[in-house]
Design a protein around this ligand. Structure first.
Ligand SMILES: [Zn+2]
Ligand SMILES: [Zn+2]
Ligand SMILES: [Zn+2]
Length: 710
């Protein structure tokens, strides 16, 4: 009897499922997508590979290069098999792959069984194969609509940019909005006017206690605002002889709850903070864990649930197992009375309705260490800890607030000082895991405060005025950009990583020390698109578009009319802009420098070429003087060269190397722009580290220290 055929996307997944199902099934891999919208255009195409016929989009699909062999290989087995199980991933993309397989192989529809599961374990696979369903055409249509939509926007916008801004540029539906977020943030930072303010701390104590620091928070019950040194001096003078007394002493218990188990966006954010993984690295490693690894006793099993999800739901069996583990390992103090149920409503929650968690909590990170590669082990540990901690008790603190009043001797103003101390009481979930923090989310330091009584007089041992300035908002990191995209309803679990990849691969933004900066080109293109294609660059519009795709996936909207509704006005705008918009002056894409041309004495500018940024005479094309972009740092290696900015074309990342890399084979290279001064210890390159520190680029030297960065 011929075996039943099972088709999945990848060889790793095929291997795991093959082991679980046993020898009566023939499990094959499609190696990802087998078909895509045709890359060869027809003359009637509205965009390459898509025609409009009777007012509807008709895409033309063709087999992806190199996949002809895969399809040919699957055909005989598909003919023979009595049943064909399509076991692709449980989301739109998986559904679309299954549909393309049916079409490309020419599978008899009566043989097709669609099986859906969120983890590759024996019980889940057996359950799925016992209850096969039909292909969900709504999901297929949503995926199809997204592909065509993205194709339309990219295909129509790119030529506009070529003619109006610069040849070779491209634009994309979602990534252009992501770039806009980065450009807008930069504008906020540029427009930010920093304001001076002063903090005044008092060092107070009783005769018996050690001193504590208390911060001025109010003056006559109003928030204290000290905007300059004069005012600060006035206050210091006023407080010089003042009596300090405790007006309130209060200790309260405060609690902190654990975070919900991971969904795609939170996993990407936390892996970025805790492991310094890029979003795509996180997804690649998560996929390996999901698709299965050989573990103890040569068992092959998927170690985590499906990694593209925006639901925090957890299967009840997983709750039970996790609670058993906590009880055994940590005891009842760490086990809440009831399972914590997380129900997170995300904009347009997608098809895969489970959080990302280990398929068995009893497979601890330690027990798997020898079976996993380092990246896999680190990510698994993070996922495992997050899941276990999500079912543990709150952590508890004693939070003590001491309010201290002092009456000004000159003004009789009442100055209110405050000290806050937090003392951990019970660690709870924090015994194994605390989520990483982004910008400006500093936790209060642990500070034990002595016992004071209300009305008690204190000795002021000193006043410490500090000049401060308000800070501009921080630039986006990968983690905060994903959080912002999610907050705005842009992108979906299956697309965050590719959005970030795409924007990094273009010339529009640059990731410098973990933060996104727009390039001049990114700013010019964004301004152009925002002016002429208001909708495409509008966050609300893009978010609505994502919701429409969600509606199509749920069967609540028809894909073709929805697309047409978008296409018609967009297409008209494209035609108008091609005719009406003036071409951007090349000079707008040039960055000024303080250098002058040694041939014609006109100022030199930075321009963007095929191989990254370079110096060019502003008199171009009259004067063709040009050269690499030097950064004013001498090369410590060959000692004759100077460092220049260069671009790794493949990853579109900047690095800094020696101008003599060809002539003298000087191979010095660093990813961070070095400071103009050399290392004080060894005279090698000095790299900035944080806002006011520097470190030596030489590992042997290891110099680290505060440095004046200008
Ligand atoms: Zn010149
Ligand atoms: Zn050199
Ligand atoms: Zn050094």
């Amino acid at each position: 009897m011929p075996k039943d055929l099972v088709i999945v996307e990848s060889p790793a997944k095929a291997r795991t499922i093959g082991r679980i199902l046993g020898s009566s099934f023939d499990v094959q891999a499609s190696m990802g997508h087998v078909r895509d919208i045709a890359t060869k255009g027809n003359k009637d195409d509205v965009v390459r590979g898509v025609e409009i016929s009777d007012g509807a989009f008709v895409p033309r699909y063709s087999v992806i290069r190199g996949k002809g062999q895969v399809i040919k290989g699957l055909k005989p087995a598909a003919r023979e098999a009595a049943n064909i199980y399509l076991a692709t991933d449980p989301d739109r993309e998986g559904e679309a792959i299954a549909w393309h397989l049916i079409e490309a192989i020419g599978i008899d529809a009566s043989k097709v069984k669609r099986v859906v599961f969120h983890e590759i374990t024996k019980p889940a696979i057996e359950e799925a194969f016992a209850n096969p369903g039909k292909l969900d055409t709504d999901l297929v249509n949503a995926q199809q609509a997204r592909s065509i939509l993205d194709l339309i926007v990219g295909f129509k916008l790119s030529p506009v940019l070529w003619r109006k801004v610069k040849t070779g540029l491209s634009a994309g539906r979602v990534q252009s909005v992501a770039v806009r977020m980065i450009v807008d943030k930069e504008k906020e930072i540029t427009d930010f006017v920093k304001k001076e303010f002063w903090n005044i701390d008092a060092l107070v104590s009783t005769i018996n206690t050690s001193s504590i620091k208390s911060t001025l928070v109010t003056i006559n019950d109003q928030k204290s605002v000290i905007s300059d040194k004069n005012r600060s001096d006035e206050v210091l003078e006023d407080l010089g002889e003042a009596r300090f007394a405790v007006s309130r002493f209060e200790t309260r218990e405060s609690t902190r709850k654990p975070s919900a188990p991971f969904i795609t966006s939170t996993l990407q954010q936390d892996a970025s903070r805790a492991l310094r993984f890029s979003a795509s690295r996180t997804m690649n490693v998560a996929q390996q864990l999901y698709e299965g690894k050989a573990i103890e006793g040569a068992e092959v099993v998927g170690l985590i649930t499906y990694m593209r999800t925006d639901s925090t739901n957890v299967a009840s069996s997983a709750y039970t197992e996790t609670r058993d583990y906590i009880n055994q390992k940590f005891g009842s103090a760490y086990l809440p009375d009831k399972a914590r149920v997380y129900s997170r409503r995300v904009q347009g929650a997608q098809e895969a309705h489970e959080a990302i968690r280990p398929t068995s909590i009893f497979r601890t990170p330690d027990s798997l260490k020898s079976f996993l590669e380092p990246d896999q082990h680190r990510l698994y540990t993070l996922i495992w800890k997050r899941m276990v901690s999500s079912q543990m008790t709150d952590s508890k603190f004693d939070r003590t607030t001491i309010d201290i009043n002092a009456e000004g001797t000159v003004t009789k103003d009442i100055y209110g000082f405050r000290s806050i101390g937090t003392v951990p009481k019970f660690d709870g979930f924090r015994v194994i895991y605390s989520e990483g923090k982004d910008d400006e989310e500093d936790e209060e330091g642990v500070q034990q405060l002595p016992r004071f009584d209300r009305g008690q007089e204190l000795i002021c041992k000193g006043l410490d005025p500090q000049q401060k300035f308000t800070q501009p908002p921080p630039r986006f990191s990968e983690a905060t950009l994903i959080r912002n995209l999610e907050k705005e309803g842009i992108g979906r679990p299956s697309t965050y990583a590719s959005i970030l990849n795409t924007i990094r691969d273009r010339d529009y933004v640059i990731l410098d020390r973990g933060r996104f900066h727009p390039t001049l080109l990114g700013e010019v293109v964004t301004e152009f698109l925002a002016k002429y294609f208001t909708n495409i660059l509008d966050i609300g519009f893009t978010s609505e578009m994502e919701k429409t795709l969600d509606d199509i996936a749920k069967g609540n909207a028809k894909w073709n009319p929805s697309l047409m509704e978008f296409f018609k006005p967009f297409d008209e705008t494209v035609e108008d802009v091609l005719v009406e918009a003036p071409r951007i002056d090349r000079r707008e894409l040039q960055e000024e420098t303080d250098k002058y041309c040694e041939k014609c004495e006109r100022p030199m500018v930075i321009r963007l070429g095929k191989y990254g940024r370079f110096l060019s005479c502003s008199g171009f094309p009259d004067c063709k003087n040009s050269g690499p972009l030097t950064i004013g740092v001498a090369c410590p290696k060959c000692e004759t060269g100077e460092l220049v900015e260069r671009t790794r074309l493949k990853r579109n990342t900047r690095f800094y190397g020696c101008i003599n890399y060809k002539s003298l084979d000087c191979d010095i290279a660093v990813n961070i722009k070095p400071l103009s001064q050399p290392c004080p210890q060894c005279h090698w390159l000095l790299l900035p580290s944080g806002q006011s520190n520097a470190r030596c680029a030489s590992k042997e030297c290891g110099f680290r220290g505060p440095i004046e960065i200008n």
